[in-house]
Ligand binder design. Structure first.
Ligand SMILES: N[C@@H](CCC(=O)N[C@@H](CS)C(=O)NCC(=O)O)C(=O)O
Length: 233
């Protein structure tokens, strides 16, 4: 059975998985989850992912959430020889480290500043901005120390996708990160060297840019955590 990916078109975790499946040339069926309609918040969806988060991979009844776990799984199961996820322990550890860094810090800090206020009633605060710069500064340091052209090696790995897509959310809100020279170079090199992959990120970025100009009204979701922005109609 062909792999099914339940994804959302403007979500960094979802598009990261799509980029990896594309590079690995693994056929898959993309099932769009309608976030605005709350499709991911239903009891049915929770059977696939009790975290009620997108994406989810369905490999013939084996359901996997958490995009990092999905990235690792598709490489291990379908293309173990691919250098997208190297086997050598130190090389693999650096990839794993960057994936963890993105999840715990880079995406966490940056998306709270870039994405959350676009969709929900969150303010961009000085503390939030400080956390963005802390995350960027650390990524810049990793580039300096490792001296590689990609995030975890001198070639593309699965670590690049989530880090690129987090960075894309800054471009989506016109946030200037050009002072982080190595991050900026890696980001623009990715666009130039992987146009077919950047197209996937760019599609998401355009959607976010649309929502920046046209803030969505998500009051009907009654989201258990996020405060809905009240839109005057
Ligand atoms: N750590 C998860 C995060 C996934 C995530 O947060 N996805 C967002 C969409 S981009 C979501 O489903 N959020 C649930 C919600 O806002 O209700 C992963 O990497 O897969």
């Amino acid at each position: 059975m062909v792999l099914k990916l339940y994804g959302v078109s403007d979500g960094p975790p979802s598009i990261s998985v799509r980029q990896a499946l594309t590079v690995l040339e693994i056929p898959f069926e993309l099932i769009n989850v309608d976030y605005g309609a709350g499709e991911h918040m239903t009891a049915e969806y929770a059977k696939m992912n009790p975290q009620k988060e997108i994406p989810v991979l369905d490999d013939d009844g084996f359901f996997l959430g958490e995009s990092n776990a999905i990235l690792q799984y598709i490489c291990d199961k379908y293309k173990p020889e691919s250098n997208l996820y190297p086997q050598e322990p130190k090389a693999r550890a650096i990839v794993n480290h960057r994936l963890c860094f993105n999840l715990s810090t880079y995406y966490a800090n940056i998306s709270a500043y870039t994405m959350a206020p676009v969709f929900y009633d969150y303010e961009r605060t000085d503390l939030g901005l400080k956390k963005v710069h802390m995350a960027l500064d650390v990524l810049e340091t990793y580039f300096e120390r490792l001296g590689t052209s990609y995030a975890a090696a001198n070639h593309l790995t699965i670590a690049d996708f989530p880090l690129i897509n987090t960075t894309m959310t800054m471009e989506a809100i016109d946030f200037d990160f050009s002072k982080y020279k190595k991050v900026s170079k890696w980001y623009s090199d990715f666009k130039n060297n992987h146009p077919e992959l950047w197209k996937i990120s760019e599609g998401a970025m355009k959607e976010v840019q649309y929502f920046v100009k046209n803030p969505p009204d998500l009051t009907h979701l009654n989201h258990p955590i996020h405060p809905a922005r009240k839109i005057a109609k």
